[in-house]
Design a protein around this ligand. Structure first.
Ligand code: NDP
Ligand code: MG
Length: 394
């Protein structure tokens, strides 16, 4: 029996994780679930999975949480705030932590899980993009097991040989990591109409059902950019070893190309319960609830290159990856501010790239050697991006 904490349980990945866990009551027990604002949903989840703790990140909602706890007959202990998130991520009773908080808010609780040597199922790509080398070092130092949940990285992980050593592509005869992306909802939309894109249009992904922030990132392809940086750190590979390939059907979730000409891919229906089940049970396999691919029903597989005019954010992320840790932290922070501003109707879709580009232009080269430095760069980059947003809305 494995004990699991789900950080970000009320979100899209969190709900899918609880769905997989509910299929295996003989294997997994829920220790804690956490959320921020969707407290009613959290209390319904707490009742259904019999969690021991529920953590509400937004402390102003504590009374609401207590009200819903009573309404749904929840017996779990209700905790609040950031320290409580880190507590449920690191308690000695916990074996597995699903890191599925969105954005920089997930960094400290995810690191708390890493520093307690847990099996960490990493969905929260922003945490790794921000802290990169420090995150990987901490995983090694504290003996944490990192398993990628992002479908592409999970696919790459499944397509690498079991003998793969971090960073050593040559030793495994690998020539390229092929990172696939669907191109999002605006793959064929006229570029000169991008400035009228609404938040709801941007969140309507053709293949995946996800939270709003990652949905906008998918539409701008910043998501692929963050994933590029994520792959760089997770597998220890250089930017020149990673190639982005557009594959609109999202059936192939990424591939590894070998020097002998072989390409190993992982395929499946686009449903996050597959990588979640893989991460939970690895190296075993368990039922996830995802239906099998029906090859008689599959339409054509197509591939293309990402056009830079359509996806300027992708190029920004790749250049940040080449520049280093400060640049990726800064870009991630600016992007979170820009996406928030777009979702609240303050700026246009096309302004997201301009906020991000300006942030990278203002970069002062610094080497990053502590999490405090990461947090300082993040705070400064957010303030600068806010100013840029204000100039755009003035
Ligand atoms: P959602 O927006 O659906 O869920 C985010 C979760 O984080 C919710 O539980 C939310 O709480 C919580 N949260 C939000 N803000 C805070 C905060 N300040 N402090 C603590 N908790 C907070 O996102 P997704 O599930 O789509 O994505 C989660 C992560 O997984 C992201 O990093 C994303 O990039 C990654 N990912 C997601 C995929 C997907 O298919 N959805 C695929 C691959 C990666 P509440 O809702 O209660 O406010
Ligand atoms: Mg992904």
């Amino acid at each position: 029996m494995q004990t699991v904490t789900i950080l970000g349980a009320s979100g899209s990945i969190g709900c899918n994780t609880l769905d997989v866990i509910a299929r295996h009551p003989d294997r997994y027990r829920v220790f804690a679930i956490t959320g921020c604002r969707r407290v009613e949903r959290l209390m319904q989840q707490a009742k259904a999975c019999a969690a021991r703790y529920v953590v509400i990140a937004d402390e102003t909602l504590y009374e609401d949480a207590k009200h819903f706890a009573k309404q749904y007959g929840v017996e779990a202990e209700i905790l609040m705030g950031e320290d409580a998130l880190s507590f449920v991520a690191s308690d000695s009773a916990v074996d597995i932590v699903m890191a599925a908080i969105v954005g920089a808010a997930g960094l400290l609780p995810t690191l708390a899980a890493v520093k307690s040597g847990k099996r960490v199922l990493l969905a929260n790509k922003e945490a790794l993009v921000m802290s990169g080398e420090l995150f990987i070092q901490a995983a090694n130092q504290y003996g944490a097991t990192l398993l990628p949940i992002d479908s592409e990285h999970n696919a790459i992980f499944q397509s690498l040989p079991q003998t793969f050593q971090y960073g050593d592509l040559q030793g495994s005869g690998i020539s390229k990591i092929l990172l696939t992306g669907s191109g999002g909802p605006f793959l064929t939309r006229a570029i000169d109409s991008f400035n009228t894109i609404t938040p709801d249009e941007a969140c309507a992904h053709p293949n995946w059902d996800m939270g709003r922030k990652i949905s906008v990132d998918s539409a701008t392809m910043m998501n692929k950019g963050l994933e590029f940086i994520e792959a760089h750190w997770l597998f220890g590979v250089a930017a020149s070893d990673i190639q982005v390939v557009l594959h609109p059907q999202s059936t192939i979730h990424s591939m590894v190309q070998y020097v002998d000409g072989s390409v190993i891919a992982q395929l499946g229906n686009p449903d996050m319960r597959t990588p979640i089940a893989h991460g939970l049970a690895y190296p075993e396999r368990i039922v996830s609830g995802v239906s099998a691919l029906d090859f008689s029903q599959l339409a054509a597989f197509t591939f293309a290159q990402a056009c830079p005019e359509r996806y300027p954010n992708l190029a920004l992320a790749i250049s940040a990856c080449e520049s280093g840790q400060a640049a990726t932290t800064q870009l991630n922070a600016a992007n979170e501010v820009a996406v928030d501003a777009f979702l609240s109707g303050a700026i246009r879709f096309t302004d997201i790239a301009s906020v991000n580009a300006e942030s990278l232009q203002q970069l002062e080269p610094t080497s990053v050697s502590s999490i405090q430095q990461v947090l300082d760069i993040d705070t400064a980059a957010r303030a600068a991006a806010q100013q840029h947003v204000q100039r755009l809305t003035a």
